[in-house]
Design a protein around this ligand. Structure first.
Ligand code: HEM
Length: 218
């Protein structure tokens, strides 16, 4: 398993799988298979894939630790960038067909409809994360500050879930399902942080002069 996850080919396979939903959408566009309401179809598909990729990205650290598979970290950046790729497409399917690329119309809508306001907040939160996803930015910001900034992905996922919950009219099963997933991942993270803090406290108390580097890049 460790060798498989370390292989450069696995990264290529994950990349192709991540691109497959986009390929499927292009295929449907070319073959006129977007149903009676093509815009709605595209908005829903790209919205769904954004939320899925946010969940995949957030699941990497728990999976890596629970199953002792440190190599999984190699895929986190790629999955996060795919979340950004799909939210950009999602936003374009809104800005183009819904708002005719008019920024003033868009701002009015963002201010008027709460579900759009929250979705837009999610997009805004993801922009700095996509920009600072490179090794150069980790160096420039320093591991600790970079990590702190990248925790914003949890807020973006929460915005995505609220956005979804507010836009559905009656069947809330899908947004609730994503909400439960994001809540589990968030609670796991908080639990992990509390455990680590408790474990470190006695060490710090017994050895006050030794500086302990608690920076964790995961
Ligand atoms: C983190 C960012 C976002 C996430 C995770 C997200 C996710 C979603 C999801 C899951 C859906 C519903 C898909 C379905 O029905 O199966 C959706 C629909 C939609 N989203 Fe987003 N979205 C985000 C950002 C945005 C932004 C920035 C806008 C526009 C400013 C936007 C506008 C819309 C619209 C117009 C719909 C369709 C509503 C309808 O069907 O009536 N979303 N989004």
């Amino acid at each position: 398993m460790h060798r498989l996850l370390s292989s450069k080919w696995t990264k290529v396979v994950v990349f192709l799988f991540s691109l497959a939903p986009f390929g499927a959408l292009v295929w449907r566009i070319l073959h006129n298979q977007l149903g009676a309401n093509p815009v709605e179809f595209l908005q829903r598909a790209t919205g769904d894939w954004t939320l899925r990729f946010l969940v995949f990205t957030l699941a990497i650290t728990p999976f890596r630790k629970l199953f002792r598979l440190p190599e999984l970290i190699r895929f986190r950046r790629m999955l996060g960038l795919f979340a950004f790729f799909y939210v950009s497409l999602h936003f374009l399917t809104y800005l183009g067909p819904d708002q005719s690329f008019s920024l003033s119309a868009m701002w009015k809508d963002v201010a008027k409809r709460p579900f759009v306001t929250v979705g837009f907040t999610g997009l805004l939160l993801l922009i700095p994360l996509a920009i600072t996803s490179t090794a150069g930015w980790i160096r420039r910001l320093g591991g600790r500050r970079w990590q702190l900034l990248h925790r914003a992905i949890y807020f973006a996922a929460v915005c995505g879930v609220i956005h979804f919950y507010w836009l559905v009219k009656s069947d809330i099963r899908k947004p609730v399902f994503y909400g439960v997933l994001v809540a589990i991942l968030l609670l796991w993270r908080v639990g992990d942080w509390l455990l680590k803090r408790n474990r470190q406290a006695p060490v710090k108390a017994s050895a006050p002069r030794v500086s302990i580097n608690t920076t964790e890049t995961g």
